[in-house]
Design a protein around this ligand. Structure first.
Ligand code: TMP
Ligand code: MG
Length: 289
């Protein structure tokens, strides 16, 4: 049906279900569809040439906008909490308070740095931020077919927007839910706005944004892209959900996490740094222009 689904990176527990959902979504048409995607390690790469690619937080952490001391502290937090974030032997309940601790401590450290808004663009330009291979057809195709793309990220909205703006793909069909920085009148970071979004509370984040999903109520068919099991709840705010196809990137700790990914994502992409499979799915669903 879709040649890319035979790629070596593609794993599925139930190929029949995938084919049925794809057929139902194709029949319903692209005007009934919306795409909801995570950002860090889903739209961006996990690694490149053997080196880990930065998350939104890492972009700031590795920049000259933070002191060496702050950088060390942020890295220590990452070393402590990232293994917990991806630990398949711990429950989400157990992880929740720890994720809140990671994000609140990291954001507090960033606020102490008095980061200037007008320096963010240069920091992103000088960073190693990298969207996945074949990102351009992904964004362009959705725009051409007027399919809304929601980027739902526990990263930092201001940084994320700058990454896609500089890549030339922050098209008008793109909306972002994320943690946004709050600046004072001198353009200095003073806080983060609104409710915190971390890896495992995206359901709550989705339910807070009823207006967005209300506007998209004529689009009950969803393509969801994520890399964490926390990303599976990003579509929980969708009205009268009809069909959903969940595509998950399994980037790290592959062996111990494969089973849980196969049980929750329809398609698991193992160590795949490209958007080739999502693009092939979009081509199938949207047909020729
Ligand atoms: P995502 O929802 O777009 O994937 O963004 C969340 C990622 O951000 C998550 O996987 C962990 C990462 N992160 C850091 O790299 N450094 C930090 O200090 C924090 C709080 C999160
Ligand atoms: Mg992610």
């Amino acid at each position: 049906m879709i040649a890319a689904l035979s790629n070596a990176s593609v794993h599925m527990k139930d190929r029949n279900r995938v084919e049925n959902v794809l057929q139902a979504m194709q029949k319903a048409g692209s005007n009934t569809m919306q795409v909801i995607s995570d950002f860090d390690m889903t739209l961006t790469r996990f690694e490149h040439k053997g080196k880990r690619s930065p998350t939104c937080h890492n972009i700031l952490e590795d920049s000259k906008l933070v002191t060496d001391e702050c950088r060390v502290q942020l890295k220590e937090l990452m070393n402590k909490f990232y293994p917990i974030e991806i630990d398949s032997s711990r429950s989400v309940e157990e992880k929740l308070p720890l994720m809140v601790e990671w994000w609140t401590t990291a954001h507090k450290l960033l606020v102490q740095q008095k980061i200037k808004k007008d320096l963010l663009a240069a920091v992103v330009r000088e960073s190693n931020a990298m969207l996945r291979e074949d990102y351009r057809p992904f964004f362009d195709l959705l725009e051409q077919h007027s399919v809304p793309l929601l980027i739902f990220s526990a990263g930092i909205g201001d940084i994320l927007e700058e990454v896609i703006r500089q890549a030339g793909v922050f098209h008008t069909n793109v909306q972002v839910f994320s943690n946004y920085m709050d600046f004072d009148e001198t353009g200095t970071l003073t806080a983060f706005k609104g409710e915190l979004i971390h890896t495992y509370n995206k359901r709550e984040g989705a339910l807070l944004n009823t207006g967005h999903f209300q506007e998209l109520r004529t689009r009950p068919n969803v393509l969801l892209l994520g890399d964490s099991l926390g990303d599976l709840t990003m579509a929980d705010g969708v009205h009268d959900l009809c069909n959903i196809l969940k595509v998950g990137f399994l980037n790290d700790k592959m062996e111990e996490r494969m089973e849980s990914y196969l049980n929750s994502y329809d398609i698991v992409l193992l160590k795949d740094e490209t958007l080739e499979v999502p693009n092939a799915i979009l081509h199938f669903l949207m047909g020729p222009q």
